[in-house]
Unconditional design. Structure first.
Length: 317
């Protein structure tokens, strides 16, 4: 009995120590990395966004576990804002955007929030660029609200149901009660330990750029953002299944860009397959890039944006 009590006491002490450490690091990250942009309240959800540049509007939607800093550090915001009005959102629960527990935030729900935010910001007919999981939100926006986007740029997207080896690990913080405990104790510590290997995989074969050292790692590992990642990870299969049934409804210009050597999301199984379903789409492949193509081949991604902004009309017969 005494041994069992000691084990329980030791486990409780370890959990308490981990929770205290995670809380301290999260609070320090929030103080060190203040919001880069502005806030807008939509349906009771406080969204953080950047709004830079002038010209045709370009909306940026980041991927799983990320935030607007990813687009800033890649140089995409800086370069695109030279000729576009760039609006980059922290999706609900990421970065400095809220994700109230009373609401559900599947891809379609996030698309509706983006639609309402754009309406409030008086953004009309934007080019919408989604990266990775953000492509699901971009596609949902085009399918559910076809009057909103002018065109889509889909970068390194996940478009079809597929087995994901990382899904069980990512989804743990979404489990009721247990998820709350894990997201405040073990999950952030495990995430931090795996962070260097994770970056190496998603950037490969390119090296992790030196500029990415400024990415706010502990901001991404806060309990709230880990819960957002978990909920999005759980929603992936349903979102891709629903979208796959409707891809042929996409009649707007679509430009897809991906790294041929993406080890995280197969360009052949997803991007090339979607391109075959949409004969009028454009496909731009970076031969030496992986998942983070907007970092390793920014020029190609900017070309994709230009293609979406100024699509070539079909030749007259």
């Amino acid at each position: 009995m005494n041994r069992n009590l000691l084990r329980i006491g030791g486990a409780a002490l370890a959990a308490g120590s981990a929770a205290y450490y995670v809380h301290r690091r999260s609070a320090r990250a929030e103080r060190a990395h203040r919001p880069l942009g502005r806030f807008i309240n939509v349906d009771g959800v406080r969204l953080h966004y950047l709004d830079e540049g002038d010209g045709p509007p370009l909306v940026l939607l980041h991927g799983l576990g990320s935030m607007v800093e990813d687009f800033v550090l890649s140089g995409l915001v800086r370069e695109a804002s030279k000729r576009y009005r760039v609006i980059a959102f922290d999706r609900p629960g990421y970065g400095h955007s809220e994700r109230p527990r009373r609401l559900r935030f599947g891809a379609a729900a996030q698309a509706e929030l983006v639609r309402k935010a754009l309406d409030r910001l008086e953004v009309r007919r934007p080019i919408v660029l989604g990266h990775s999981w953000g492509t699901l939100v971009a596609v949902a926006l085009a399918l559910e609200f076809p009057e909103v986007p002018r065109s889509l740029v889909l970068a390194s997207g996940l478009y079809f149901p597929s087995a994901r080896l990382d899904a069980p690990l990512l989804a743990l913080p979404a489990i009721p009660l247990l998820g709350d405990l894990l997201s405040r104790t073990l999950s952030p510590l495990a995430g931090r330990a795996m962070w260097p290997g994770w970056l190496k995989m998603i950037f490969a074969p390119a090296p992790v750029p030196a500029a990415f050292a400024a990415f706010p790692t502990w901001l991404a590992l806060r309990p709230g953002q880990l819960r957002a990642v978990a909920e999005d990870a759980l929603a992936t299969a349903g979102a891709t299944l629903r979208a796959a049934r409707r891809y042929r409804e996409l009649t707007l210009p679509v430009v897809m860009v991906a790294g041929e050597r993406d080890r995280y999301v197969s360009a052949r199984a997803h991007t090339a397959r979607l391109h075959r379903l949409l004969p009028s789409s454009r496909l731009l492949l970076s031969p030496h890039s992986g998942h983070m193509v907007h970092h390793s081949d920014l020029t190609l991604v900017l070309s994709a944006v230009d293609c979406a902004a100024f699509p070539v009309a079909p030749a007259a017969v």
